[in-house]
Design a protein around this ligand. Sequence first.
Ligand code: AMP
Ligand code: ZN
Length: 142
Amino acid sequence: MTEDCIFCRIVDGEIPARVVYEDDDVLAFLDANPLAPGHTLVIPKDHYETLGDMPTDQAERVFAALHDLTPVVEESVDADGSNVAFNNGAAAGQEVPHVHGHVIPRFEDDGGNPIHAVAGSRPDLSEDELDDIADDISAATN
Ligand code: AMP
Ligand code: ZN
């Protein structure tokens, strides 16, 4: 528990939330300022700021909850689809520094955008630059 973290305070029961799922490691609750009916946040109960801070076993549990909850949330609000995403770091728009996955139900003709719209204009990258980026990432992961 991090004292000044609003999501840790929800986990601890100090702040009320509309909890829709809970297990030993994960809590899911409705977003208090929803972008759509059913907008749900899925968090690890332990405090980690970003995805990279979270141990693999915790990440697996958060993703499993997202996997199980997403179709349930969609059905509950009769949605046609959903965006499932993390704002990861302040530069990406993360306002609450406790990892949380958003499940945002989407509806035909809701006027929203795909996730491609989040990063501003597309960079003009050459084939060589793309190769270099891919090499850097694969060298660090393999
Ligand atoms: P992000 O920009 O990804 O950090 O999103 C934080 C989300 O948390 C926003 O969608 C807020 O509406 C939501 N939020 C903030 N405080 C609360 C709260 N007390 N209960 C539920 N959702 C919250
Ligand atoms: Zn926290």
